[in-house]
Design a protein. Structure first.
Lengths: 718, 145, 65
């Protein structure tokens, strides 16, 4: 069916006309509110208070969500919102990584706020269309799209009965439908979920951009926490924005010279050093697959081990040489010369509904190779690409899917579940066919896939209640915390990274801090205080990317020459200064690197309080599964016996000679768990929180977020 | 194809080329707005920095705003350029130019006006097979010692 | 005994920077090696001896943060 016929069947539910307006110093000063239950579309002012305290992006999302929900609100209540906002720096074209959108909602997995940082053109084009944020509330009766025409000044809610649900088709259909010509396609960005959003809690959102060289719609993912599930629960099929006329000065920055200077300097740095540093332009984040394997950090068999002899089969060069198309610009927004958004073109699909199709697979990223591949014991690059493709088009978070599959495989191998329970799927480690079928089942909402799609936390409960599984063992090996599945690094030998995962707001995602090498290998943060300082600074610093519509990668995946002599090389001081400069360049403010951290600290603490308001956000919620901190099973201990025995001697003065492995596991575990608790003490102290993880009143006052409704939340715990 | 050739050893550093260039394109006599730049080389002589039409930037541009015209000259489509300046950062000759007064980059289009103003014959319009430049990723100009 | 990144490590006869990197499986290509605060260039790894009691730093330029 062609798109014109589909368009004919669209039924207009509401239309809103607006003045185009003007962006001033990075802000349009208004947000677009859409209520799908009431077919109501409104313009809301962005206040000075919002800009001052919450900056933009994730900050705006948190503020709107805070005002939309109560402590009782569930993810699938109509008052839950999905908020998309880029941030004041979003949409500048001169500095790499400045086109991100931040998506905020209440997560079906955690019941808490989830935030996801995603590429593609939607956020910037939304802003250029006149909106700092898009706030969607309510639920539609039938599948709808929201279409924003940023040149005409119209917003429409339309019923869309005929379009596909899966992203790789829907993205193409809507781009084709709303672009007036091939040339116009670059001016369209579409947000879609996929069929798995209807049946699982791990649904994601794809944000598109049109790749003018491949002549293909590319997909970037807001992956974590089930935002796609909320999207489908609201019966949203897609969001479409169209804006023609992107230029380098549309943010009307206060001082464009600062932005140009920082941007060109970084382009030159990337040109000079990327090929000898991280090869992001060649292979993207997948460059570290083999490094993680060498340093025993690549999760293998549900995080039991950190390396595998077959890992070379999925090393980065395998993808470079056989699959990834080289020499094409792969930035997910204009001006990203780091260009990590790699793709395998004309990849032939071997299973499922799209069998035989030649598709463009976005990826693989490191997390996908590690999670879909190594962690499930599947060392097959074609499986990784195909499952990557299906996760994207079905709208499934690759990280949760990988970690979930690894968990069910371990449950299968240890006899907790069997073929009867899985409906015939032999889910042992390495069984790519079974894993692929599990994925298809999630999209169809059938069989064991439907169960697995509820996430590890709910599966643990089910396995305990229905199949008599040992709750302690499942707590130890189920790699989730706060309800969110771990991302794909093995933190066992890095206490700081155990905290980097465990002491996050949204759940164990490494986007707050990645301290493994600094801690475990380089030993640059040896004391609890050092680790706590790192677990204060880096999460705060990284939060700032999400307030401003920025990507983290151009910060430290390219290293400037000046870093060799920098006082604090891990911070990449020259790049921090770039961020200060471009922020001041756009907004006309005059912040320094300390104020930058304060901006983040405000929002970070607000999010912590939000978690407390939703009934969590306390010390007990920051506990971690022991698999992330040490060896749970005899098999694990004995696989690294020399290391663990040595630690018992050196750290505990305990003689492992002649002791049973179970005994040694117990002793080591006691030590490691105590270490984690001491780390938690130190981090809470550094962050200005009580010993129970509650931000102290003076912390909230210092940050200027001691609003009455915020204080009311923490008061009972102080 | 046409391009601006150079013989740096003949340059006397009079900067007339820069003036001719910026006046022609920006109606202003300002070195920073000239596509050709005269500087100093390590040997104490003058260095001439100008586009050799190698075309590396064409592949760098994310949106196909750079192209080679029918004379082989690399040009900027200002109407679709989004001003990301990746071409400026990735130019092997550092000859793609940028000025804060403008939101798009600018470059030598081998018009030859500067060569007409050059008193010493250090710059001149020359014809080179396009394949030669692209194939060798050549950065030195014919005639250079 | 020597110190490697601030932690004890068994010293042995004829130990060089190269041998130490192999023993520690420090295969990451972008590292900086300092012996007693003295920077060792890559081409000298094989020839540079490590003596008992030396303080060795092998900083991986994949620090993270």
């Amino acid at each position: 069916m062609n798109v014109k016929e589909m368009l004919k069947e669209h039924k207009l539910l509401a239309e809103f006309r607006y003045e185009l307006g003007q962006i001033e110093r990075g802000y349009t000063n208004r947000s677009l509110y859409v209520n799908l239950s009431e077919h109501r579309i409104e313009s809301k002012p962005v206040t000075e208070m919002m800009k001052e305290k919450f900056i933009g992006g994730k900050g705006f999302g948190l503020w709107y969500l805070w005002n939309a929900v109560t402590s009782e609100t569930k993810w699938n209540d109509p008052e839950n919102e999905i908020i998309i906002s880029s941030g004041p720096l979003g949409g500048i074209t001169q500095y790499p990584g400045a086109g991100k959108s931040l998506v905020v909602t209440l997560s079906p997995l955690t019941g808490l706020v989830i935030d996801s940082n995603v590429g593609g053109y939607f956020g910037p084009l939304l802003k250029f269309s006149g909106w700092d944020a898009l706030e969607i509330q309510g639920k539609a009766d039938k599948d709808v799209i929201i279409f924003i025409d940023g040149n005409e000044g119209t917003v429409r809610i339309e019923e869309t009965p005929l379009e596909a649900t899966d992203s790789h088709i829907l993205g193409e259909q809507l781009t084709e439908m709303y672009a007036e010509s091939e040339e116009d396609k670059r001016n369209i960005s579409v947000v879609t979920a996929g069929s798995a959003g209807d049946h699982t809690l791990i649904g994601l959102l794809n944000f598109t951009f049109y790749d003018v060289r491949r002549k293909a719609v590319r997909l970037k993912q807001a992956g974590r926490g089930g935002i796609g599930t909320v999207f489908r629960d609201k019966k949203i099929k897609a969001l479409v924005v169209r804006f023609r006329g992107v230029k380098g000065d549309l943010n009307h920055p206060a001082d464009i010279s600062k932005i140009n200077k920082a941007g060109i300097k970084l382009h030159k740095e990337i040109n000079k050093f990327d090929a000898v540093q991280n090869r992001m332009r060649q292979i993207g984040t997948a460059n570290i697959i083999e490094v993680m394997n060498e340093y025993d950090l690549l999760p293998v068999h549900n995080y039991k081990f950190g390396s595998h002899p077959d890992a070379d089969k999925i090393a980065s060069n395998v993808f470079v040489e056989k699959y990834i198309t080289q020499g094409l610009p792969d930035g997910c927004w204009y001006g990203c010369s780091l260009s990590c958004a790699k793709a395998a073109d004309k990849f032939e699909i071997k299973t499922g509904p799209y069998k035989g199709q030649l598709v463009t697979v976005d990826g693989p990223e490191y997390e996908n190779a590690a999670g879909l591949g190594a962690n499930c014991g599947i060392f097959d690059p074609e499986y990784i690409l195909e499952s990557n493709f299906y996760c994207d088009t079905y709208g499934i978070d690759t990280i949760s899917f990988g970690t979930i599959t690894a968990f069910v495989m371990e449950c299968y191998e240890s006899g907790i579940i069997n073929k009867e329970i899985t409906g015939g799927l032999a889910l042992y480690f390495g069984n790519a066919d079974a894993a692929m079928e599990l994925l298809h089942q999630m999209a169809r909402g059938e069989g064991f896939g439907k169960i697995a799609g509820q996430g590890i936390r709910r599966m643990k409960k089910l396995f305990i209640e229905q199949y008599g599984a040992d709750p302690d063992f499942l707590q130890d090996i189920g790699m989730e915390q706060k309800g969110l599945e771990y991302s794909e690094y093995l933190p066992k030998e890095s206490l700081a990274q155990q905290g980097g995962y465990g002491l996050t707001n949204k759940g164990p995602q490494h986007d707050e801090a990645w301290l493994i090498f600094m801690d475990m290998v380089n030993n640059q943060i040896p004391t609890f205080e050092d680790k706590a300082e790192a677990l204060h600074y880096f999460p705060m610093f990284r939060t700032w990317f999400g307030l401003n519509g920025l990507c983290k990668l151009p910060w430290n995946d390219i290293i400037p020459e000046s870093n060799a002599t920098a006082d604090e090389p891990a911070k990449i001081p020259e790049h921090v200064q770039n961020y200060v400069d471009i922020f001041n360049g756009v907004t006309g403010k005059n912040i320094d690197k300390e104020e930058l951290i304060l901006q983040s600290e405000r929002v970070y603490n607000f999010q912590r309080v939000f978690n407390i308001r939703m009934g969590h956000g306390k010390r007990e919620d920051d506990k971690i599964p022991y698999r992330s901190a040490g060896p749970v099973t005899v098999e694990e201990y004995e696989s690294r016996q020399e290391r663990y025995d040595r630690q018992l001697i050196e750290l505990l003065n305990y003689n492992p000679e002649g002791k049973a492995t179970e005994e040694k596991i117990k002793v080591l575990r006691k030590y490691r768990e105590e270490q984690y608790e001491k780390l938690v003490d130190a981090v809470y102290k550094r962050r200005g929180w009580t010993n129970n993880g509650i931000p102290k009143l003076e912390t909230l006052q210092k940050l200027g977020i001691d609003f009455p409704e915020v204080v009311e939340v923490v008061k009972p715990y102080l | 194809m046409k391009r601006l050739g150079k013989r740096e050893e003949l340059c006397i550093g009079c900067n007339q080329c820069e003036e001719a260039c910026s006046k022609t394109f920006f109606k202003e006599s300002l070195k920073e707005k000239s596509c050709i730049q005269i500087g100093n080389n390590a040997k104490g002589g003058y260095a001439i920095q100008v586009c050799n039409q190698c075309g590396v930037c064409i592949d760098i541009c994310p949106i196909e705003a750079l192209y080679r015209d029918k004379n082989g000259v690399v040009r900027v489509k200002k109407d679709i350029c989004v001003g990301c300046f990746m071409c400026v950062g990735f130019c092997p000759e550092e000859a793609m130019r940028q000025h804060d007064d403008y939101i798009e980059p600018f470059k030598c289009i081998a018009c030859g006006l500067c060569a007409k103003n050059c008193p010493s014959g250090a710059i001149f319009i020359e014809d080179v097979p396009v394949g030669e430049i692209e194939a060798f990723g050549e950065t030195a100009t014919a005639g250079e010692i | 005994m020597i110190q490697v990144n601030g932690k004890d490590f068994e010293w042995e006869e004829d130990l060089t920077v190269q041998k130490l990197l192999e023993k520690k499986r420090y295969t990451y290509p972008k590292i900086i090696v300092k012996v007693n605060d003295h920077l060792i260039p890559k081409e000298e790894y094989e020839l540079t001896p490590i003596h008992d009691g030396d303080d060795v730093k092998v900083i991986h330029l994949l620090a993270g943060g």
